[in-house]
Structures are given as structure tokens and as C-alpha cells.
Design a protein around this ligand. Structure first.
Ligand SMILES: [Zn+2]
Ligand SMILES: [Zn+2]
Length: 198
């Protein structure tokens, strides 16, 4: 299980105050998931809830530094050291094909029957449509990269639809612009790293 509470032992670098409301919200939701009495849920689902939040918080920190480039390396490193983000998972996300990996267990072959990776790593197009995908470790419903980009495109289309059907501008349009920028930045970062690796 990932650590929920963070250390916050050293003074945070500049920029921390801007993101602390979001981080506090993650922490609050994690605590709620931890204290869930589990009525009507499978025991494993409670673990999944916590893992999902752990993943989301790591993704948040990753995007701030690698995609949106709005925090300093110093603050990024501090967040990793203090337990706000999972460095091992983020290292995987930088590799082509692992941009959306849900958890490290999913690519450890010894954890799976038949010595393969988790079913959640198989692109949807290669699975029977009626097959239920559910990672036993974290409950992931699929984290192959192609599926990830497809999912982002779907979200964008939904946001654009929502924006054009409502008269009110600002917030939806801002989130569309944000989503588009995130995906473009991620793609160019990956392309640049691919280029550098060759
Ligand atoms: Zn997983
Ligand atoms: Zn997965």
C-alpha cells in the first residue's frame, strides 16, 4: 500500500502555497477512502480507491513539472521526497508505451499467471469486447497508451460539446484548452525524448 500521509518535515520550496489546496484535497479524500467502513463493497475495492488517489496525486505532480512546466525542479524533488508523488511510477511514464501505467505490479511478470503482464496492459482492440478488464492490484480498467490517448480525445470532444451547448463561456473552455495543451505537451515531450534517445 502506498503511504497516505506525507512527511512535510522540511520547509517547502517556493510555489508550494499555490498547489497546497489541491494536495490537501487529495489527502482528505485518501483519508476518507482509508476510513471507509466498506459496506457494500468488496474488500479489494477499498484498496483500489486508495491506489487510485495515489495514482491521481502522482499524475498531478507529474503534469505540473513535466507537462505544464509550472513548478521548479526543486519543488518537484521536494514533493517526491516528502511522499506526494511516486518516483518509480513517474519514471515509467516517461517511457513510450507506459505513459499511463496504473501501477508497477502490472508490469512485473512474476505477479501474474502465465508470466505475462496484467490484462489491463493489453490494448482494447486486442481484447474480446465482452471481456472484463480489471487489474487485480489496483482495479485499473486498461492503461495501454493507445487507449490513453483515445480517452483524452474522448474527454476533449465531451468538453467541446459541453462548451458549445452552454451559453456560459469561461470554465469549460478553459478546461478544454487545458486538456488540449496537456496532451500536446505530453506528445511533444515524448517525441523529444524519443529523439534524444536515438
Ligand atoms: Zn494496476
Ligand atoms: Zn493498468
Amino acid at each position: 500500500m502506498p503511504k497516505i500521509r506525507t512527511n512535510r518535515t522540511r520547509r517547502p520550496p517556493q510555489g508550494f502555497d499555490d498547489i497546497v489546496p489541491t494536495l490537501d484535497q487529495f489527502e482528505e479524500e485518501m483519508r476518507r477512502a482509508e476510513n471507509d467502513d466498506g459496506v457494500g463493497k468488496r474488500k479489494v475495492q477499498l484498496t483500489w480507491e486508495v491506489l487510485k488517489l495515489h495514482h491521481a496525486r502522482t499524475r498531478y505532480v507529474y503534469n505540473l513539472f513535466y507537462v505544464r512546466k509550472v513548478i521548479s525542479r526543486e519543488l518537484y524533488q521536494w514533493l517526491v521526497d516528502e511522499g506526494y508523488a511516486d518516483a518509480l511510477l513517474m519514471a515509467k511514464w516517461k517511457k513510450a508505451g507506459y505513459e499511463k501505467l496504473c501501477c508497477l505490479s502490472c508490469i512485473q511478470t512474476r505477479d501474474h499467471n502465465f508470466g505475462t503482464t496484467c490484462i489491463c496492459r493489453v490494448p482494447r482492440a486486442q481484447l474480446d469486447s465482452d471481456r472484463i478488464v480489471e487489474c487485480a492490484h489496483c482495479g485499473c480498467r486498461g492503461c495501454a497508451s493507445g487507449d490513453y490517448l483515445e480517452e483524452q480525445r474522448r474527454k476533449m470532444r465531451e468538453a467541446i460539446d459541453a462548451a458549445s451547448s452552454s451559453a456560459g463561456p469561461s470554465s469549460v473552455e478553459a478546461s478544454v484548452r487545458g486538456a488540449v495543451a496537456d496532451v500536446e505537451a505530453l506528445q511533444s515531450t515524448l517525441a523529444a525524448e524519443d529523439g534524444a534517445a536515438q
